[in-house]
Design a protein around this ligand. Structure first.
Ligand code: G3I
Length: 461
């Protein structure tokens, strides 16, 4: 793994949010996440926050690796209009200017949110008429200030409850659901070229909350309200499982004529991190990326800061963390390589792969009309013991694991993950373990050809 020196992305490279862009030849030997995503017609971004900008090694990576930046806090209402009518754009401007110097685009976050909302708004006791005017004025003033500088706006953030109903906030209580349309219309009038988004968490897979979002945005589209996209925050946690049918979920929103974007991706775990958890995390980063790339209207991915050094997770979820692709010392983790590979790049920037220290034999024991049984033998071919393993491979489309043994099995899209059982996690050099599963198929007879164990490629036997 090599670090790149700070490298300003060619000015103008990212003028269009989702245009297919060539990889810069100067850096083709080791393209960044942003360049790899650009080659797929997407952006790859990171959130950042003003206090972090005095950390030079951090800024070097922020400036070179990403093609989009989202201010994590600087454009929220408490920052931009802390007192009624007194606007302050200093922090937001600092981040926009950094992005402009680097040729990066900016996702604006966020115009209307119930959190980080100054008490003069939340506790103001305003009538519907007053609050509508306050909301319009805020959206208009902030979106006008950043006109032409912000490519996407999260106009409304987190409007829904977990059951998909409208969240109770000062805005919904006073104005009903209409506050959402008000905000979107004001944003469109202020900056007609910015893509306008509604953004929320726990809508990444299909479920009650994403169903609620689907109903909301469908109804807004039917009413002709200006809405261009839906942001799927993607705050995932290993202990809660991968979102159900993520690609299908993104696709159903795209089918409404909306862009979709992964806007705040991070994948936390219960601490301490270990190699098995980091391998699963890497597989999930890859799966989210593949889900986005499989949906033509998925325009890009933003991670919610890029290093564990500045993640919001440990403050809010004590005992959890290690959620981002770079560790606290700004060193890339397995998730970084997984992202590169999912975006079509070579792991380790094209450096030769280390020799495989595992071998995987996959065989189909029996097969019938709709199902099959697969046996998988994993062998430690390295010189040291493996303590805890996660095997990852892709099944051909149409095949699904229905029930497995010898490991904890899960599947997301085509990607299958098998984590060791308590009794076969340790494999001494030369030792093997056999696991397997019953699967379903829809006619195809293919089988997986590539396997990774704890993020390292294995020889396929
Ligand atoms: O600015 C004050 C500082 O003066 C004070 O000394 C310090 C003491 O704790 O707090 C600072 O404010 C913190 C602020 O971030 C800026 O760093 C707040 O305590 C802290 O709560 C706030 O957290 C932010 C969080 O939103 C608030 O909900 C995170 O940085 C930010 O990453 C996070 O982002 C949200 C998205 O906007 C929406 N989706 C979820 C996501 C994660 O919570």
């Amino acid at each position: 793994m090599r670090f790149r020196p700070a490298l300003a992305v060619a000015a103008g490279l990212l003028a269009a949010a989702a245009a297919a862009l060539p990889v810069s030849p100067a850096s083709a030997a080791e393209p960044t996440l942003g360049e790899l995503a650009a080659a797929k017609g997407r952006y790859f971004g990171s959130a950042t926050d003003n206090p972090e900008l005095s950390d030079a090694p951090y800024v070097s990576i922020l400036s070179s690796e990403f093609t989009s930046i989202t201010p994590g806090n600087a454009m929220k209402w408490e920052s931009t209009e802390p007192q009624r009518g007194r606007f302050d754009f200093a922090k937001g401007d600092e981040i926009v200017e950094l992005a402009q110097r680097n040729g990066q685009q900016v996702r604006g976050h966020t115009l209307v949110w119930h959190s980080q909302l100054p008490s003069w708004v939340s506790d103001g006791g305003f009538s519907a008429e007053e609050l509508r005017s306050i909301l319009r004025n805020h959206v208009t003033t902030v979106a006008s200030h950043y006109k032409g500088k912000v490519v996407h706006w999260d106009v409304v953030n987190e409007p829904l409850n977990e059951d998909g109903t409208l969240r109770d906030t000062v805005f919904s209580r006073t104005l009903g659901e209409s506050y959402i349309a008000e905000a979107l219309r004001a944003a469109r009038a202020a900056d007609p070229d910015a893509k306008l988004y509604i953004n929320d968490y726990n809508i990444d897979g299909i479920g009650a909350k994403s169903d609620g979002m689907y109903r909301l945005v469908k109804s807004l589209k039917e009413q002709g309200v200006p809405l261009d996209g839906v942001g799927f925050q993607g705050h995932l946690a290993l202990q809660y499982g991968f979102p159900s049918r993520m690609q299908e979920n993104l696709q159903r929103f795209a089918d409404l004529g909306l862009d979709v974007a992964i806007t705040e991706l991070d994948i936390r775990m219960q601490l301490p991190a270990d190699s098995a958890k980091l391998a699963t995390q890497a597989a999930w980063y890859s799966d989210v990326t593949k889900a986005c790339l499989a949906v033509s209207r998925c325009v890009g991915i933003t991670i919610w800061d890029f290093t564990d050094k500045y993640s919001w997770i440990p403050d809010v979820f004590p005992g959890e963390g290690a959620a981002l692709p770079w560790d606290e010392n700004l060193r890339p983790k397995p998730a970084y390589d997984a992202l590169r590979v999912a975006l079509g790049g070579d792991p380790d920037g094209g450096e030769p792969e280390p020799p495989a220290s595992c071998k995987v034999a996959y065989s189909v024991g029996s097969r019938w009309d709709t199902g099959f049984t697969a046996n998988v033998t994993i062998t430690n071919t390295g010189d040291s013991a493996i303590n805890g393993w996660t095997l990852v491979f892709d099944l051909p489309a149409g095949q699904r694991v229905s029930q497995g043994w010898g490991a904890q099995w899960s599947q997301s899209g085509t990607t299958v993950t098998a984590e060791n059982a308590p009794w076969n996690g340790t494999l001494a050099p030369g030792e093997s373990t056999s696991i397997g599963f019953n699967g379903t198929h829809t006619g195809e007879d293919g089988r997986p050809t590539a396997f990774t164990l704890n993020g390292t490629s294995c020889t396929a036997a």
